[in-house]
Design a protein around this ligand. Structure first.
Ligand SMILES: Cc1ncc(COP(=O)(O)O)c(C=O)c1O
Length: 385
């Protein structure tokens, strides 16, 4: 049985051009040096890093010195939230975020609460969107950071980042956005968006795992959250992962070249997926307004089912998908994102599945997967009568 992978929002396979770039680096006897070394080998590695930094910065209209390479989205989010809070605590101790953020932001915010910071966790409306008025109302003269994601990783819902960015223009608070699920699909210009900090992860765009970057505008004071050498302008200690950086650079170049093409392609996949479910008379409900989601992600609730039965049966029949709800000790823990949208007792938080599209898909395997999903759901719901 050939498995159909519909979990690209969790991670993606490495693109072959990315692999080739990384292999070429590893095989080059001149390229392995430590970028901090002053000799020939070090200078060569430094050049590779600097070139990659420049190339990546240009894609979001940032400056080279504003890109901090990290071990991925989690570290970039941690550095943005904790690093900015610690460096700016003389201006206030209040942070605003939302209930639907990735745990890499939520847990960082909780950590700061233990250190004496005050955190406001904004609600979202039942369309999965943070309201600008709520951000405005939560702001105080002690607010130093607002961290709100660009696209939610479970639902694919696009957030009003630019509107929030312009509203925050005259406030001291720095604005961070986790753009892990937006980068490569939405046009991201940090100046236009009005963001001071922005997170990207390589493995969501067919780059290597354990690699990412934080854009931090040069006017944002940031304290390091790990200690050692003076790499990354003293903001991120540790010998740079040159091979990962080159892989990330290649992945970024490819995704930028193909951005619009992929946007169209994944939109057609989403349409086809919904068409088949409708044709097969499956009972389902899309979480969020489909027109306000990235084309790569669709989150669907199947009434009268639960995620455990769904995901297990999909997997047995050849479809790999996922869910924001977790199965812990035999009980299903509801998705924190869908709970934020619909409330604690809504069924959708335990019967919704995220399907996410990418390079492993084609029109044909999307149709095939949708047919499998339809037959599994119809079987499970008919069993229940
Ligand atoms: C929105 C979002 N933020 C952050 C992360 C974490 O990124 P990484 O896996 O590179 O640490 C993810 C990945 O699941 C994500 O989807």
């Amino acid at each position: 049985m050939t498995m159909i992978y519909l979990d690209h929002a969790a991670t993606t396979p490495i693109a072959k051009e990315v692999m080739a770039t990384m292999t070429a680096w590893a095989e080059n006897k001149d390229a392995f040096g430590n970028p901090s070394s002053v000799h020939h080998f070090g200078r060569r590695a430094r050049r590779d890093l600097d070139d990659a930094r420049r190339s990546i910065a240009q894609t979001i209209q940032a400056e080279e010195k504003e890109i901090i390479f990290t071990s991925g989205g989690t570290e970039a989010n941690n550095l943005a939230v904790i690093g900015t809070a610690l460096a700016n605590k003389d201006k206030g101790n209040h942070i605003i975020t939302s209930k639907q953020e990735h745990h890499a932001v939520l847990r960082a915010a909780e950590y700061l609460e233990k250190k004496g910071f005050e955190v406001t966790y904004l609600p979202v409306n039942n369309e999965g969107i943070v309201r600008i008025e709520d951000v405005k109302a939560a702001l105080t003269n002690r607010t130093i950071l607002v961290s709100l994601m660009a696209v939610n990783n479970e639902t694919g819902i696009v957030q009003p980042v630019q509107e929030i960015g312009s509203m925050l223009k005259n406030h001291q608070a720095f604005f961070h956005t986790d753009a892990v699920q937006a980068f490569g699909l939405l046009k991201l210009n940090v100046l236009q968006l009005g963001v001071d900090l922005l997170t990207v992860s390589a493995h969501k765009i067919n780059g290597p795992k354990g690699m990412g970057f934080l854009y931090a505008a040069s006017h944002v004071p940031i304290s390091p959250i790990q200690f050692g050498g003076e790499q990354e302008r003293k903001k991120r200690a540790g010998t740079e992962n040159t091979m990962g950086v080159l892989g990330l650079r290649k992945a970024v170049e490819i995704v930028m070249d193909e951005r619009e093409y992929r946007y169209q392609k994944y939109s057609s996949y989403k349409k086809e997926f919904v068409r088949v479910l409708t044709e097969k008379k499956v009972r389902f409900q899309i979480n969020g307004t489909i027109n306000n989601t990235v084309p790569s992600i669709i989150n669907i609730s199947f009434p009268n089912t639960d995620v455990q039965a769904l995901l297990t049966n999909f997997d047995i029949e050849g479809v790999a998908a996922s869910s924001g709800s977790a199965c812990t000790a035999g009980a299903i823990e509801p998705s924190h994102v869908l709970t934020a949208m619909y409330g604690a007792n809504d069924e959708r938080a335990i019967n919704s599945i995220r399907f996410s599209f990418g390079l492993m898909n084609s029109k044909e395997n999307i149709s095939a997967a949708a047919n499998i999903v339809a037959s599994v759901v119809n079987r499970l719901t008919n069993q229940k009568g």
